[in-house]
Ligand binder design. Structure first.
Ligand SMILES: [Zn+2]
Length: 117
């Protein structure tokens, strides 16, 4: 299982929402949720990064509550400038995690190179 690929799929999901081509289906269409959620949210790269389960500490709750309070629609997508801002924050946060995972992977590879030489 490649966490970097999963998080890159998340970046793509939010890019589509930002472009107005898609809506947010939460757990049902979140690439890491589909693999890690299972009601207990275990081992998700977002949870590992924030140290909190269920996307706490990420921009997601702000996006979610803005959708509920300001729009109250079944489809969570871009309705106003605030939606756009929050979706962009979420996309940027996903990019941050991808970069974090890549840096960690590189560090591990360098460490194993050192051991071999
Ligand atoms: Zn809005």
């Amino acid at each position: 299982m490649n966490k970097i690929k999963i998080m890159e799929a998340s970046v793509k999901k939010w890019n589509k929402i930002i472009a107005g081509e898609s809506a947010d289906g939460g757990v049902y269409d979140c690439p890491p949720c589909r693999i890690f959620y299972f009601l207990i949210c275990f081992g998700c790269p977002i949870a590992e990064y924030t140290g909190n389960k269920f996307c706490k500490g990420s921009p997601y709750p702000r996006w979610y509550w803005h959708q509920v309070e300001a729009h109250d629609k079944i489809r969570r997508k871009i309705y106003c400038p605030e939606c756009l801002k929050l979706a962009t924050e979420m996309r940027d946060f996903m990019i941050e995690i991808v970069e974090h995972l890549k840096a960690e992977k590189e560090k591990k590879e360098q460490e194993s190179d050192l051991k071999q030489s």
